[in-house]
Design a protein. Sequence first.
Length: 69
Amino acid sequence: MWRVNYYDRGTSPYPNHGEAQAVESPKDFIHKFRISLKELREAQRWVRLIEKVSLLKNAEKLNKLLLET
């Protein structure tokens, strides 16, 4: 289950960014970027949870992901 949630949250900011580039108003632009930020924060929390519960054997990869966020 965590893989699906992380995949969904970790990949959705990119298409949301694409939508933000085609908005019709400044308010809509801000709204789209806020959605992207929310999804990125959720992905970051998933990475921290995965690290905390030791769901992956190679924690070094997780540290790299956390440094990127």
